[in-house]
Design a binder for this molecule. Sequence first.
Ligand SMILES: [Zn+2]
Ligand SMILES: [Zn+2]
Length: 421
Amino acid sequence: MNAPDTPFASDAAVAAAADKAEPRVIAWRRDFHQNPELGNREVRTAKVVADHLRALGFDSVREKVAHTGVVGVLKGGLPGPVVARRADMDALPVAEEVDVPFKSKVRTQWNGMDCGVMHACGHDAHTAILMGVAEVLAGMRERIPGTVKFLFQPAEETPPVGEEGGAKLMVEQGCLRDPDVAAVFGLHITSIYPTGKIGYRSGPMMASADRFRIFLRGVQTHGAMPWRGIDPIVIGSQVVLGLQTIVSRRMDITKEPSVVTVGVFQGGVRQNIIPDDVKLEGTIRTFDEAQRTEIQEHVKHLTTMIAQAGGAKAQVFIDRGYDVTVNHPGLTDWSIPVLGRIAGDANVSVVDKICGSEDFSCYQKEVPGFFYFVGCTPPDRDAATAAPNHSPRFFVDENCLKLGVKTLSALALDWLAANRG
Ligand SMILES: [Zn+2]
Ligand SMILES: [Zn+2]
């Protein structure tokens, strides 16, 4: 089947090139898997990527963007706009439990702690897929109407404490400028789908993620004489319950869902001593910027008033994390037939909203972007019960890599052909 609107490079040509690149894509993925590196430490990975892009004759290969990122530019032989695709390169502080010949045995330090390192989110696959796309497109560059930019980004899983990094720093350091990018595409492999399936959603698809920290100061006293102090444990408990009323009683849940979770409650050292202080930490997930602001205000206000009512003092800190991942509706509508053509229409479907977050959202704030999921659970396993991303048992069926290469390549070629002006 050929693309109806692309006289420049046919689906058959892309498929043949992707088939040819497949053994190397698998080898790269295994190499990255066996040698995983944490956020802002992807030195070896970045070098493999940069060497590959140079060997393909890229017009420019910029290294050390946002610490360890690589930005490659491939100019086509025909005039046209600039489109970008992104892969993340970082692994997670997880000790691998999957029994494969290229299992990771790497250990390192993460925020001062010794830990195993594993590509438990599949970013090894993303990096290998994008290297495969680079190979496919470089081989047909004379027929490409425009420029393709390749963003290999560090630290999607957030950088170490005290460091900057990830998509935000990539954008700040100009990865979308010179030449200026008009649209960006990216994918994520996921075990919740079998290999061959693709999931997407128009508009808000993944949540924003903000962390809050609450410090409550009471007055220490003997546990047998609570009237002589101010008990921050009881007040902290009221705060936890108060925060649960934000989503259930203050937010218009017919617009978008949201989540407020307290995950840390620390205070006290002994059963009969009421302590001075309590610390709470939690996360806020939303799919809408206005709701995000509203919930942040409620967290601050409720906490302060509850503490005040009990005679304690509260300090509330909200650390903004990733924004909502919003797929540009027009770009999404345009992308779906392309994905359907490559993967088969029956294999492309709408996913439910995901309360996890992604820093691909950073690029989408700058230019229209489309992010989609590619299934990676082998057909002989049940995707519904497969170990999820971030699990030490996360398993990737390497047959999914080729679909990633084909779809990202076709989306680039088709988009350039459709927008060449
Ligand atoms: Zn992840
Ligand atoms: Zn990820």
